[in-house]
Design a protein around this ligand. Sequence first.
Ligand code: DGJ
Length: 724
Amino acid sequence: MIGFDPQTSCFFLSGKNFSYVFAVNGVGMLQHLYYGHQIAASDAAFLIKAHGEAYAPQADDLNYDMRTDDMLSECGSFARGDFREPTVVVERADGARMSRFCYHSHKIVKGALPLKGMPCARKADETLVVTLKDDFSEVEIDLKYTVSEDSDVLVRSLAVRNGGSDPVQVKKAFSFCAELPDTRRNFSALRLTGSWAKERAPVLSPLAEGILRLHSSRGYSSHQMNPFLALLEENAGEEMGECYGFALLYSGSFAMTAECSHNGSIRVQGGISDELFGWKLCAGEVLETPQAALCYSREGLGGMSRAYHDFFRESIIDPKYVHARRPVVVNNWEATYFDFDNEKLFAIIDEAAKLGIDTFVLDDGWFGKRDSDTSGLGDWVVNGHKLKGGLQAVIDRCKQKGLRFGLWFEPEMVSEDSDLFRAHPDWAIAKAGVEPCRGRNQLILDFTRKEVVDHVFAAVSKVLRENDISYVKWDKNRDMTENYSASLSPERQGEFWHRYALGFYDLAKRLTEAFPEVFFEGCAGGGGRFDGGALYYFPQIWTSDDTDGMERTKIQWGTSILYPLSSMSCHVSACPNHQTQRTTPFFTRGAIASLGATGYELDLSKLSFEEKEQVKAQIENYKRIDELVLKGDLYRLSDPFHTNYFCEMLVAKDKSRAYLVGEQFRADPCDHSRVLRLQGLDAGTIYCVEELGLKASGGALMDAGLILPHLGDCGAWGLHIEKA
Ligand code: DGJ
């Protein structure tokens, strides 16, 4: 619900459980009044009086500009008395950079607003657009707020428009500014950090005076820092307490800041990285910023995660795929790496068919001159030496065995030893005269250039058109350097990162629209581009290259803080694990992989009879529980970072059934912390815990709990809980 009261000039927004309130104050600025648990619209007058007037600058006060430094604002201004981080900074033709944006007009429209060239919420009830005008130039900003009655997520973004006749330079354009009074709540900041093979580990630290800055300058969202920040009040935990989430629906270099200021408030902002950003905006042009998804929960982090999961499933992920049974794939990467031929692949395909796997995905190495990672990228033509009979022979084998076929691409990259590079050396990101940094022996194609994106679209499309391919794995294996495009004029080099992201989205949009029957999986050297923008095009993303049965619990736990389980590709791989050298039971690897889109990443032909029987059982189990993975509510019960157990539970929305997976890391005969209290069940309903032969009320299972079985090192259990 979005309301506007002309008497008080107050905007009142509500979603499922939250309210968000701001008003035009006496000096024409948008003053923030409230963000938190839902309150009645009739309380707007109280908010204006009690909260607004306390900090409102008065127009008849000669020094009122300086009072804006105390005010909670919907859009931080620059060099006009508000000394906190600005939201938008514009430099005029004369070099002046001061700005203060005041209310001009607004409109409330039905539904979500499309965002040209970028991912955006697909559906919503209403959108408010408030237009602000700069006091000193012809620049205008549209602040956009999108809400739905059934969601705890508020979607925000802004657009900067040059209404004048001279070009201006936008020096900074974040997507949103949100302010929270911190009084007595003592917020801590949670972020998802990591590295290759260790993505999205949650780190919580107290906020203190100054600015907390999360960012990526790697040209994509990155393994190191997810574009997400949550603020947790002092007493908030997994199950209870107030949490605010801020997630960018963006895959490019980004920045997010939380500034604890002198007035006791926290200003949270984020969007396109402002590091050396600059965007030349000519007369009449508009710069759109990516969307951000804000979420309020007073059911702790768990409640926040469930609200985000619903949002991603209902509004971001392609509706065609979001609730559809996901293919159970076997991928040949860890089975063969670059060293394969028809025989090796056929052995995997034949075994896959016997075990009930439905899709075979051919990974890196099928194209060009690609026997190692030093060559071939960019040449999307089958390597006939390796694959006798080309892709067709592999596809025919899949078809004979009743399997579908998937193929790996790394569309954004080029090897110097490739026909593409020899023909177009200038298409790689580089600056003439400067030796480019290499990553995994490769360079990145300059996706700020339309002709480069057009070429890749044509090359990938040709392969998809000429072959029966139902699945594409879209990889990306290096960070960006140089940050320079030969095709951009000097004053436009600050546009580079965002233009690259727009080029990536352009290709993703064109390919997914041209091949709607192809399922696209995202990947970036594991989970380096696991973000809300990528999920718009890729219903699931390869979560991490670390497939170890123990490490994986942490990666999946951290990823689930924001992203739904169905968006995580989770594969069972061989032991000793290729990343950690650890050996974990086959059952454990399958149980952990069942908490996501399950698949396999090993040479099936080398499995023992018992392991093959387990694969069959795992696939049967997955078919039984995949509705819960696709649509259920997640409860995280035992934290793998701080306890000897990992445990997560999926509960059907109607609470008729649940599925629980746990792992014990170290065997411990004297472990007295084995009581596991379940969550999310209906207290009055009687449930059967199938594997334990127990019957109990949801209340007893949640309050008294289960006693976990003793297991060996890295032992796991999976429990099916059904209404009796
Ligand atoms: C990185 C991915 O994460 C792996 O799964 C695999 O596809 C390799 N790249 C191939 O180069």
